[in-house]
Design a protein around this ligand. Sequence first.
Ligand code: NI
Length: 639
Amino acid sequence: MTQPEVAEPIAPPPAHPLAMLRADEIERAVAIVRAERDLPEGARFAYIGLDEPRKDELAAMGDGEFPSRRVRLVIVPGPRALVIEAVVSLDGTVTSWLECPETRPALLFEESMHAIVAVKANPDWQAAMLRRGITDFDKVQVDPWPSGNFGVEHEDDRRISRCIFYYREHKRDNGYARPIEGVIAFVDHGRAEVLEVVDYGVVPVPPERGNYAGDSVGPARTGLKPLAITQPEGPSFTVDGNLVEWQHWSLRVSMDPYEGLVLHTVGYEDGGRVRPILHRAAVSEMVVPYGDPGPMHGWKNAFDSGEWGLGRMANSLTLGCDCVGEIHYFDATFATEGGMPFTLEHAICMHEEDYGILWKHVDMQGGTTEVRRSRRLVVSSIATVGNYEYGFYWYFYLDGSMQLEVKLTGIMSTMALQPGERPINGSIIAPQLGAPYHQHLFNVRLDFDVDGSNNTVYEVDATAGPAGPDNPLGNTIVSTATPLRTELEARRVVDPARSRTWKIVNPEVRNGLGEPVAYKLVPASTPTLLASPESSVGRRAGFATRNLWVTPYDRSEWRAAGDHPNQHSGGAGLPTWTAADRPIVNTDVVVWHTFGVTHIPRPEDWPVMPVEYTGFQLVPVGFFDRNPALDLPPNDHCS
Ligand code: NI
């Protein structure tokens, strides 16, 4: 095998150590790996992303003097359950090379395509289709699913999927309206080999095609007049590379193949300097466990970040459709599984939205009215993972608060029902069509730096005061802030009845009132994992058993279920790290928040789901001395 030449050094160098990875950097990283290591001919690149500089490297960096950029690669050398984790310095060397046995990357796209072809050519599968009267195999949609970890023999040292099937009368039919119930094919992805076709028995294919495009649903409603959003002077933000500045806020944006949208160095300009709030924020993992006990659906536990990738599945967004107004798009550069760079255009959308009123008061005595409009900066991306769409929307407000809203839409995972059958752990959503109850649980990794690296997290509850001489009228309200001192103490769940929040405090920086500055995490009324902790998904998605975890910063702790959750036996990530019970007081803390929804499907969720919302807020608490949005100018005619 001839060694490829290592490309010339990158020129010009990236503008910032946290700038998004470029095509020439991907090419050079792959060339360095190929030159230094003897990769097999068929080796694939499951992941190529920026190996972000550590915090101490960033802090040590002088003006314009950057550490050499590094690229992180996950290489799949062959068909077995083996990956190589490599880090390459773009100055020309492989700095880290780790062979990881019993490890699977996210499912590879090329292998998934090969799996589909192999299934359709398999005589056992064809016989199962013929038993259902399906003779035109071109009308069968094959969905490879991550198979989980259930002690099935096929799992041993293989990278496998379970393929499930849907009938499409027409190419443009809803792919999920007519599940072909009862058939599962186990496929070895590394070898494109069908291992087994299981047939649990015939259930008739549901009758309705469930189409939702305009030409399938009858006449469109009328009466909606144009609603135009115009900013005749342009947007209020500025963009320099991936650096965004807007109304005192500053941040950098990027996109990771697995995590999707990432925010870096979020700060707020106050008194002539940028005060840091978050060093980094990204969805570190998510899981969609299904609650039906049967053999067709009970194993479905999609880790859509680590088993597919929220950046790999990101949409290219369209003006006037996905976001409306004066839009700035960021492209993302990823690598193919062959190691070639490609650009996903319009991967991230950014714009401003009017958001009603921010503050108002009518002074009856003085006869004055003061009102100010709220608006927010929106940074968003949307991933399509099989049947579901996930929209990730970071909002920045004029009063120093932030929010992550996740929008869930797309099509539910479905099951065919016998005529007259009612599912016990699911809903009937169309004739002979059901959808199992399930959860969507996200974990966001929030690397806080509230006015500096060293922070302490407090749990803040609001409760009724105890009866006694201090409470003669029985009306007192007590706010209790309890420091979370170690990792085990910081495994927490939400408590809406106590208005529970978690406050990230810098004990060494005081506001004008003498109190330590802080931001609080305001959770939604959100569930935790309903599956048993001893179940397969209970072991693998340990992060979802608590709504809050806090760890001391460690560059190796990045993803809540570990770096390679696909087919993992469980325990990795937050449960393992926090078992060390490290101290977390006045240190560089990372806050991990699990949030989401338990989805009890409705008929109205069919055939395509209206958006369901989940998320959380980050709100300043004594970070400022007073309402930081007093300086908003009034609209001309409003005061
Ligand atoms: Ni759902």
